[in-house]
Design a protein. Sequence first.
Length: 605
Amino acid sequence: MDLVSAIFGEAGPMLARTSRYVLPLVAALIVARCVGSMLRERYEPETWAYLYLPGNVMVPLRHWECILGRARSVDGQVNDPTVERLHACLIRDAAGDWTVYNLGRSETYVNGMRVPPGGSPIADADVLTMGSAAARFVDLTEEERSSLLKYRHAPGRRVRPGVTLLLLTVFQVLLLLQQLTFNPGAGLGVAIAFGVVAAVQWVYFIVLRASGQTGFEPELLAFFLSSVGMSVAASKTPEDMIKYIILFLVAVGLYVFLCLWIRDLGRVKSVRMYAFVAAVVMLAATRLLATPRNGAYSWIELGSHLTIQPSELVKVLYIYAGAATLDRLFVDRNLIFYIGFSAACVGLLALMGDFGTALVFFVTFLVISFMRSGSFATAFLAVGSAVLAVMVVLSLKPETLSRFAVWGHVWEDIYDKGFQQVRAMSAAASGGLFGQGAGNGWLVDIYAAETDMVFAVVSEELGLITALCCVVSLLAMAVFVVKSASKGRSSYFVIAACATMSMMLAQMILNVLGTMDILPFTGVTFPFVSVGGSSMLGCWMMLAFVKGCDTRANASFAVVRPERFTGGAGVEDAGAGDEGWYDDGYSDDAGGWYDDGYDPRGGRG
């Protein structure tokens, strides 16, 4: 309050009260701009090579990993009855070298030589034979890719990210104003914390913008959610804000590091086995070393003022190790090792008593196993095995069942088992649409409210509109990943991004609906918003997988760009109907289909 008076004088309290009605509107505008940019911008595919089939038919290869065959769903369709539905796959490495693998019972040949089980290299102008269909492989040169790149639209033209970032800064200033006005414990530490977050996001934006990056929507949503989480942390423990901001800086640093690390898939695959081992060892060590809290062995104490929850970091390792490239999916279809790894993780979480996190891991396992196998039978078998495992656990640990007995009956036991949820729902209702003001709520003083019931805390202090904006932010990122998946360069990025959003959505659903007694109360965190350094580290690191799936022009530094997007005439002027661009791409003169509508090779084909 002293800081507010020093800056704004007697008008400070009135500004803080007025900001209660402005802040949710700013939050809605931030989320709406990010959603509009992510879902309305063009998603042109990349083209890396071509297959020339008989009859002058050109098949573009859009990914670093392409399946070839007769099926309509493949990346390179060859309409020949002698070709199998899934006949071969082509894989490009970061150095630009291609390898072909045989997938079906029929043989595949390169220049008349049979492709061995370990694959065969293929270069520009080589002849690839599948069944009786012979195709000439044409690898694009750097110059040819450059001519295609200028016809791709960079994000950030319709919805300027700089304006969205400015609105986010206003949102943070309003949060700080309310904290300093309504929260008696807020002081210089809280002001420094919000200032550091604002400075980090602007430095991040300026540095990447200077390097030619234009797509910032996932990061902006993450900064928005982290700002809400920082407000909750300031309401709960304003004296610990310096520690919180140090963890925030580490989290953003690890996010940048992981984005740069996954740019090289060869490097990613080289340490996957270490990720498998580290995940299991960390969970086992937690069970042995953790101090129990409410029957759960989830936290390891490092001194009197620092605890770590390893399961939050294991989430990153689980996705890192579980995602796979096409050569592993088709050349080695065996999922036994991955299923065993997943069973070990979920089993250790069950032994730790952390059944909410175990459920989140199981949902992620279903997504990864289905995407790796493409088989519903595998998913159904996993569900059946999980049901059996749950029955065994409940028979051996009947006290676990009592945690779910209160589901749907919290109002019948408001002073015991329903204590937390009854107060969470009451506080959320008292906040209304616009909230009581940041730092002006009472629910945050209830045990675990800032983590397990954070949706209700946000609803009480910042209003239902802001709380729903947090929900929409994660839903928008999930839709963004699904929309980006078909354009992803590698199945590794696609699987990792889909697994990340499945894990975050599962956490969000369990947190929100569990708090409202619509689902059983499991005690999982709300990504980015729940207070906790381990959770914040894990969420920011998993965001790197989302960036790895984004292949829009100049949108992600987590993917390698063959050339910098020039942003010339092709950016502003190229569009449907422009010269050289065809939305459907059929050219009578060329005698074949051009999905991207632009042929950079001229007469080369």
